[in-house]
Write a protein of this length. Structure first.
Length: 209
């Protein structure tokens, strides 16, 4: 079973509270999501392996640590996942970027794919899938399966807010995938929105309705 990591760092929780506020506008919402994604990337990569390297400082040579040749792919789920991308790339500037386009049918709540473009060497990379809201889990589970179908193996999911139903769906469908969230909320409502949540992340990011 994949592990669930809830990041309760005070900076993350403070910024998330501002994002939940219905009076927070799109500009500030985008900035906060970018900042939280950067902080979450720091924790999401905590178990990346390191190796000893020799470095010459202005004083002398020394043995120190660097990432052990880890190649990373960051895959935002369109469109709201784009709001997390720049923050993650601040921490992982050498990462390659893939994109998966999904939308949720408002009647069936099932995911529908309209775009999938991944790095050609996806099977060799540590993959971080980005989506602010893990609601029913249908879109996230489908996106993970699309990546696996194209050879991806080492996948972790990064969400701002998750509902128990979405967590359970991803863990059931993909027990090899760890999930990193800033908050686990109460439940879904009858429309598939997270309660208390923060509304539609895509609409609040881009000012659409």
């Amino acid at each position: 079973m994949g592990k669930l990591f809830v990041m309760d760092h005070p900076l993350i929780q403070h910024k998330l509270s501002l994002m939940r506020d219905k009076n927070t506008g799109s500009k500030e919402f985008r900035e906060l999501l970018n900042e939280i994604a950067m902080l979450m990337a720091y924790e999401t990569t905590r178990d990346f392996p390191v190796e000893d390297v020799e470095v010459e400082t202005p004083i002398q040579k020394c043995t120190t640590k660097m990432l052990a040749g880890k190649k990373v792919a960051v895959v935002p789920i369109l469109r709201a996942g784009l709001g997390m991308l720049d923050g993650v790339l601040e921490i992982l500037p050498a990462a390659k970027v893939g994109h998966i386009g999904l939308y949720r049918d408002p009647r069936t709540l099932e995911p529908v794919e309209y775009y999938c473009k991944l790095p050609t060497d996806i099977e060799e990379r540590e993959i971080i899938v980005l989506d602010p809201m893990l609601a029913t889990g249908g879109s996230s589970s489908a996106a993970i399966q699309f990546i696996k179908n194209r050879g991806g193996k080492h996948i972790r999911m990064m969400n701002l807010i998750a509902a128990p139903e979405g967590i359970a769906r991803v863990q059931e469908d993909h027990p090899d995938v760890d999930i990193y969230v800033a908050a686990q909320d109460e439940k879904l409502n009858e429309h598939g929105y997270i309660i208390p949540g923060l509304g539609d992340a895509g609409d609040r990011l881009f000012g659409t309705k």
